[in-house]
Design a protein around this ligand. Structure first.
Ligand code: SF4
Ligand code: SF4
Length: 186
């Protein structure tokens, strides 16, 4: 059995050697139920594997390893460890392209967020996200602000921002505390 089943011909890039065999005894039949109970994961069973999400995904265009349809099939098959331990759930840019195009109304961006939350509870949190959280908490922005940014803000009718804006700090601290990794647990 493979995660994509008979859809792999369409994926094209995957050779026979690269195909991964799924060991039936490693599958967790309760995983899909758990994802469906997680806020954002409710619609996962409506997926009929058409591939529209993958075809339009901008991340997929640059990284063939990321494939939202495959992630959904892996969840439905019960591949808990592969989905929640791999860094690829964090690759979703939450751009909502897939969500707008899915003919089945699967809220895929929300589903990806649900999987990120589940991965986080297992301690799967990429270093880049930790760095971004600290930057937001300490400086209020992800990138250094300069005069050029404030000129653009002024043109858009927005007030200037100071480097070291602290208004996000309490929110970020609360978020990090609420979402803090719990080693190895879902
Ligand atoms: S577009 Fe919707 S139905 Fe089609 S594979 Fe993606 S999630 Fe499934
Ligand atoms: S929301 Fe995520 S999975 Fe969907 S198209 Fe955008 S990057 Fe791809």
């Amino acid at each position: 059995m493979t995660a994509d089943g008979d859809m792999e011909m369409e994926e094209g890039a995957m050779s026979r050697e690269e195909e991964k065999i799924v060991e039936e005894e490693t599958l967790d039949p309760l995983f899909a139920q758990e994802v469906a109970r997680e806020p954002g994961g409710e619609g996962i069973r409506a997926c009929f594997a058409c591939g529209t999400c993958t075809a339009g995904c901008p991340v997929r265009r640059f990284n063939e390893k990321f494939n939202p349809r495959r992630v959904i099939r892996m969840v439905l098959l019960g591949m808990r460890d592969e989905v929640l331990r791999d860094p690829f759930v964090w690759m979703c840019a939450t751009c909502f392209t897939c969500q707008e195009r899915c003919p089945q109304g699967v809220r895929i961006s929300d589903l990806m967020r649900a999987l990120k939350n589940m991965a986080l509870r297992r301690g799967n949190l990429p270093e880049g996200i930790v760095v971004q959280s600290k930057l937001l908490s300490e400086k209020g922005t992800l990138y250094p602000l300069d005069e050029f940014d404030n000129k653009k803000r002024q043109k858009a009718g927005l007030p200037p921002l100071e480097q070291g804006e602290k208004s996000l700090a309490p929110l970020m601290e609360e978020l990090l505390e609420a979402l803090g990794p719990k080693d190895g647990k879902d």
